[in-house]
Design a protein around this ligand. Structure first.
Ligand code: PRP
Ligand code: URA
Length: 321
């Protein structure tokens, strides 16, 4: 059984998480907030007992949670959801399962396990933001079952249909609660549209991988259609290098690449748009301003000019800002 939250408060937050320009601090806050909604939905049938309570007005009996709960984040990305669940279940205990996907095959490789022994009729809440092929979640639940856990639920942010199908076939007794059911997996086993690598986005480690992916894309472009020679791509990189770390680098690089024409130039109108993006970024860091080269019409950043004796990095024209 799987439940998709399907609620405007959740969907709005999922949209913000998907946006590649959302920085790690905001991303983590969104993970927290969505996890609270997931816990609310997943824990409707939590066991309670009646206990006597004296209010300022009367004696009464009220619900009190009696379930024993173990929260099990799948390392590393699952850690991003832990605090939100602990906030609503402060007496829960925590076990962790370390799992790393093989980048080529997407097979889960378990590397760590520290889960409290099963006691009473404890409920295990497995948490991981991504259910892609389903390998990691299936393996995590299998490990818990081996330890004797029988009551298990899986809380997740984004699921792919392939992962849901695999999980439900392997563990039909374990319900899935997710914030979004996406379209499919791509050829690298990433969820589409997804949100990229959840662990990297939570822990802020995506910069290098984004950049190296970008370099590969750029080199491929050069090889495949010859539109950009190495000098051009070097200049593109140099122009955009100061943007790295501002969370916008990938979007800017991609935009610039898309606008380079067959002759290696950028149309005046396009270059204005590129300048617009760069200028918006310049607002965030006044370390640079942007203008258009009067000769070749390509964007030039102030920092590049300062370092290059006021020369356009593309055509060598002297440019004043
Ligand atoms: C991610 C994610 C899940 C897994 C999902 O972890 O957090 O654990 O991939 O993919 P699957 O359904 O195909 O198994 P990853 O292995 O990238 O490790 P990380 O959390 O350390 O980034
Ligand atoms: N793991 C992630 O973090 N994202 C995906 O899209 C798939 C697996």
């Amino acid at each position: 059984m799987h439940t998709v939250l399907n609620h405007p408060l959740v969907n709005h937050r999922v949209t913000l998480m998907r946006d590649q320009s959302t920085p790690p601090k905001i991303f983590r806050e969104l993970v927290n907030e969505i996890t609270t909604f997931l816990a609310y939905e997943a824990l409707r049938d939590l066991r309670t007992v009646k206990i006597p309570v004296r209010t300022p007005v009367a004696e009464t009996t009220c619900d009190h949670i009696s379930d024993r709960i173990v929260i099990v984040p799948i390392l590393r990305a699952g850690m991003g959801m832990l605090n939100a669940v602990l906030d609503v279940l402060p007496s829960a205990t925590v076990g962790v399962l370390g799992m790393q996907r093989n980048e080529e095959t997407a097979e889960p490789i378990p590397y760590y396990s520290k889960v409290p022994p099963m006691r009473g009729d404890a409920l295990a809440l497995v948490i991981d933001p991504m259910l892609a092929t389903g390998g990691s979640a299936c393996d995590a639940v299998a490990q818990l079952k081996k330890l004797g856990y029988r009551r298990i639920k899986f809380l997740n942010m984004i699921a792919a249909p392939e992962g849901v199908a695999k999980f439900e076939a392997a563990h039909p007794d374990v319900p899935i609660y997710t914030a979004a059911l996406d379209e499919r997996l791509n050829e690298h086993f990433y969820i589409v549209p997804g949100l990229g690598d959840a662990g990297d986005r939570i822990f802020g480690t995506e910069e290098n991988s984004t950049l190296s992916k970008l370099m590969k894309v750029m080199e491929k472009k050069v090889m495949a259609d010859g539109r950009i020679d190495f000098a051009e791509s070097g200049e593109l990189l140099r122009l955009a290098r100061p943007l790295v770390g501002m969370g916008e680098d990938f979007a800017v690089f991609k935009r610039i690449l898309q606008q380079v024409r067959a002759d290696g130039k950028v149309d005046a109108a396009e270059s204005k748009r590129i300048s617009g993006i760069l200028a918006a970024l310049a607002d965030k860091a006044d370390a640079y301003a942007v203008c258009t080269c009067p000769k070749c019409g390509r964007p030039v950043s102030k920092r590049t000019i300062a370092g290059d004796a006021a020369k356009c990095p593309w055509c060598g024209e002297r440019v004043g800002i």
